[in-house]
Design a protein around this ligand. Sequence first.
Ligand code: NFS
Length: 657
Amino acid sequence: MSKTDKKIRTAQPAAAEIIENMIGIETCFDRADKMKPCPIGHEGACCKNCYMGPCRLVGKNAEEEARGVCGATLPVVAARYMARMVAGGTAAHGDHGRDMVFTLLAVAEGHAKDFKVKDVKKLYRTADILAIEFEGRAVNDVAKDVATKLLEDFSRQRGEMNFVKRAPKKTQERWKKYGVMPRGLDRDTVEVVDRTTMGMDADADSILSAAVRCALANGWGGSMISTDVTDILFGTPMPIKAEASLGIFKEDEVNIVVHGHEPSLAEMIVEAVSEPELIAYAQTKGAKGINLGGMCCTANEVLMRHGIATAGGFTNQEPAIMTGLIDAFTVDVQCIIPAIVDVAKKFHTIVITSSDKVKIPGAVHIPFDEHIAKEQARKIVRMAIDNYPNRTKKGSHVTEKFPLIGGFSHEYIEYMQGGKWRGSFRPLNDAIMAGRVRGVVGLAGCDNPRWPSTSVHKFLATELIKNDVLIVSTGCSSAACGGSGYLTPEMALENAGPGLREVCEAIGIPPILHLGACVDNSRILTIASAMAAEGGLSDEIGGMPAVGIAPEFITEKAISIGVYFAASGVPCIFGGESPFKASKEVTRIMTEVWFERFKGALHFEPDPEKMLAMALDYIDKARENLKLKKYEPGKFGTEKVLMDMAARREIKAHTGL
Ligand code: NFS
C-alpha cells in the first residue's frame, strides 16, 4: 500500500500528489517495495532454460569454476539471458512493424476504407529505397508493392534486410566482417531462441553475436519499418504544440486515454472525438466535450502527428486512473500494467483491450479490426460518454501541466536546417565541428518505479544541455521531459550552455527534440547516417560524438535497442546495475569487444553522476579522435550556424513556430 512516509516515488509533482492522496490503492511503486529482486537472477547468474535446474551459478570463483548441471559456464548463462532479452525486444518491435505493414497492405488492397496513405511523398521515398517504381503509378499500387516488399523482411531466410543499405557503407562492412548482418526478423529471432536452448551454443561471444544480429533486425528492420509505414499511413511528423502531465484531464469533459504502442486504433479515436455527433452526444450526458489523452508510446504517436496531450510514461498509468477522471482507458500492445484493471475497479473507469495479443481479465475486449476501425473507435467513444455520468468525486484531481513542442521527424530536422530546397545536416555538423554543440545524446527508454521515477531522465536532460549537448529523445524519456516542462524553446534560453543556446535560438528549436515513440529510435539511426553522409565528422555511425542513454530502463525492448545502437556504432549507457553483471566475460564483450568491432558498447551504471561523466567522456574522446576543435564552453570556432532570413521565414510559415 502507498505509504505515508513521504518516500519519493516519482520526480513528477502531479504523479507524486496523486499517489500521496490515494493512500490505500496499490501501485507499481508499492509492488516494487514489496518485491525485492532475486539477487542471483538480477545479475544474470541463474539459468532456467531446462528442467535440470534452475541452476544458480554463484560463488567467489563462479566465472572460472561454476557449471550448471548441463555444464554451461557463467558467461554462457549470462549471454543466453542477454540474447533472450534481445529476442523478446526484437519480437515486440517486429510484431508492431508487421502489424503496421498489414494495415498498409489492407489499405492498398481497399479493405481498410477508414485509412489511406496520408504521406504520399514518404511512400515514394520509401519505394525509392526499396527500388520500387513509383512515377506515374496509382498510389495504392505503389503502397501494395512497398508493403509486400517489407513483409519479406520478416520471412526472409537468406540475404540481407532491405533497410541495412541505409546505413553508411563502413558500418555495413563491419556487420559483414563480424557476421552479424541481419537476414530476416523472424529467422534471426528464432535462431537466438534456438541457440540458447540447453545443449546448444556454449560460446558466450558467439551467442552475443547472434543477439547482435537479432537486435540489428529490430533497429534496421522492425522498428525502422514501423516508423516509416506509420509515417506513410498517418503523416510524417512536423513540430506541433501539445501538453504533458497528469493535469491534462478535464473535470467537465469525457476523458479517454489511448495507451500502448500501435497507433492504428488511436488514430481513429482521434478522428472520432472531433465528430460533432459524438460531441453533441457527450453534451446530452452533461459533459462539455470529449478530451483525449495519451499514455506511453501510443501517446507519442498521436502527439507527434495531432498534438494530443500526453499523460506521461510507464509509471503514470495507475496514477492516471487514480485521478478518477478517466471514463475509458483503451490499451493496445506493450508496456501495459495488468493491475490497471484493479485500480480501475476502485473508480468508474472502463479498461478496454484492443489486441488479441493482450487480454486482461476484468477489461472489456474489443479486438481491433482494420476493416471496421472507425466504427470501433466510435463505439469506444460512446462507451466512454455513457460512462461519464458514473463518475464520482473520489479521485485525486491535479491541474499541473506543461506546454511542449514535439514532432521532430528526421525529415523535419533536415528541413529545419536549410528549408525545402536546401535541407541538410550541414549546420548541425558545422555546429559540432565548431564546438558550439559538444555532441548529441539520444535520451530514451522507460521510467522505472525502482528509481524515483523520471528523476534520472530529468537530471541527465538538464545537465547534458547545460554542457552544450543536443538531446534527441524518444519513448517515456520524452514523456518525462515533456511532463517536466523541458520540451520548449525557453528551456534552451534558461538552461542550455551558450553554444547550444545559440544554435537553438538561431533555428527556433528546443534543446531537447522529441523524436517520437520507442520504435522511432530508428529515426536516430537515420539522423546519424545522414550526419555521416554530410561529411566533416565520422564517415560511419561509429566514431561520432554521440551517445545513447536509457536512464531508467525496464524492458527487453530497451535491451534490444541498446544492442542495435551499440552494433551500429553508438556507445550506450543504461541506468542501473547490469542484468549480466555476474559474468566479467559478458561485460567485457559488450564493452571492449563490441567497441573494437563496431565502435559502440553497452554499459550499465547505477550512479547518474557517473552516467553523465561517461557520456561526456565518450563525446570528448570522439571529438579528439576526429581532430575537432577541443570543446570549451562559450568558445567556438569561426563557423556561424545562423540561417539566412529567407530560410527562417520559410520555416516559420511552414510550422507556425
Ligand atoms: Ni519503450 Fe514505449 Fe516506455 Fe519503455 Fe515501454 S512505453 S516502447 S519500453 S516503458 S520507453
